[in-house]
Write a protein that binds this ligand. Structure first.
Ligand SMILES: [Zn+2]
Length: 386
């Protein structure tokens, strides 16, 4: 059956051993070139027994135009193109002219072949092997870089995959937004990204797991974040050095930096962590230690219905979110101030939990107290995710 099909193919078309072997790629082991050679050899013995001339490999293959002979040269070009790039793993893709791809499909149809392999699959694999041999790099399906090769124009394009680093940040001072904001020279993101961009020689994108306001500090074990460095030219970077550089700012500190996969990065950002806050509450009408204690006792375990705060209504969808206060403790300070230490669901707006936001947050400290309350200062003490 195989020899019959092969003979029909070779009588009608000029095929190299690669293209002949590829028609039967799913049968047996070895490379397509070895397969093609063996089939041609057996076929020619049989033809000789029938008194027929052998069908030798043509000068130029009518299907692939001897593209496989270009592999050593293209592997060298790839090495040059990636000259100044740090990477360990790679993947090869290729763009073949429509006419070759279609020509191959037509050939399968004509011969009734169901064991074939598309030409670019063989080409990518063989070019990958050749590049691996000369560069010492490893082929991988989740690679650092992807080479896209146009074998005839010899154009080589390199896609550099991003690196992801997980960390936690502490914001030690007030007056810095998490991400760039008009009127502010720097942000948590800009301080962190400056160090990452420099070390990895790529474009850094900062993503925090939630955010705090400009005037809120982030303390304790810090807020989880992920940076994605796009098109990094360096990958072997000492994260400890980056941490040192950021921490020297005196404004933002990072902890626990480590490399993560894209999937792990995604999980960090979508997980909704419980948070621990410390709020300084102002009550203009005055407050007694007993009243402060009472409010904290009532808040503990409460479900809060919070409509999107007035001040962020343009940036967030206007809807009512139901969030829980798990723990609340009060510490009386003076006739007009007390501190509230809270553990709540992530995404509960604390300033509005205190003020009531003109009835948009229910219940609130204002409502429970029966007096206007105002959050004068707020710190995130901890993000509870372990
Ligand atoms: Zn060929």
């Amino acid at each position: 059956m195989i020899l019959e099909t092969a003979e029909k193919a070779l009588e009608r078309h000029e095929l190299c051993n690669h293209c002949l072997g590829r028609l039967f790629a799913r049968l047996g082991k070895g490379t397509n070139e070895e397969r093609g050679k063996a089939i041609r050899f057996s076929l020619n013995m049989e033809r000789s027994a029938r008194g027929l001339n052998p069908i030798e490999e043509p000068e130029e293959c009518g299907l692939c135009h001897n593209v496989f002979e270009k592999i050593p040269k293209l592997a060298k070009f790839m090495e040059n193109a990636a000259d100044d790039l740090e990477f360990e793993t790679f993947l090869v893709g290729s763009r073949f002219p429509e006419e070759i791809v279609e020509g191959e499909k037509a050939l399968w149809e004509e011969l009734g072949v169901e064991t074939g392999e598309p030409i670019n699959r063989e080409f990518n694999r063989e070019l990958g092997k050749a590049f691996g041999r000369i560069s010492g790099k490893e082929a991988s399906t989740s690679p650092d870089v992807v080479f896209i090769v146009e074998p005839f124009s010899e154009k080589i394009e390199i896609q550099i995959n991003p690196v992801y680093v997980y960390g936690r940040y502490r914001k030690l001072v007030r007056g810095i937004p998490q991400t760039p904001l008009p009127g502010f020279d720097e942000s948590v993101a800009s301080i962190i990204c400056r160090a990452f961009s420099r070390a990895f020689e790529g474009k850094c994108v900062f993503k925090g797991a939630g955010r705090e306001d400009v005037d809120v500090r982030m303390l304790g074990s810090g807020r989880p974040f992920v940076v994605e460095v796009k098109r990094p030219r360096r990958r072997k970077v000492e994260l400890g050095r980056i941490a040192e550089e950021i921490n020297a700012s005196g404004k933002v500190e990072v902890l626990n930096l480590h490399f993560v996969s894209p999937k792990e990065a995604e999980e960090v950002l979508t997980k909704n962590h419980r948070k621990e806050y410390l709020a300084l509450v102002l009550v203009e009408e005055g407050i007694s230690p007993e009243e402060a204690e009472n409010v904290a006792r009532k808040l503990s375990g409460l479900k809060i219905h919070q409509r999107t705060p007035w001040r962020v209504r343009k940036a967030r969808a206007d809807k009512v979110r139901v969030k829980r206060v798990y723990k609340a403790e009060a510490r009386w300070i003076d006739e007009r101030h007390f501190e509230l230490r809270l553990v709540t669901d992530g995404g509960l707006y604390i300033k509005e939990l205190v003020s009531g936001d003109k009835g948009r947050t229910k219940p609130s400290v204002t409502e429970l107290l029966g007096k206007g309350a105002w959050c004068e200062r707020l710190d995130v003490l901890n993000i509870l995710d372990e």
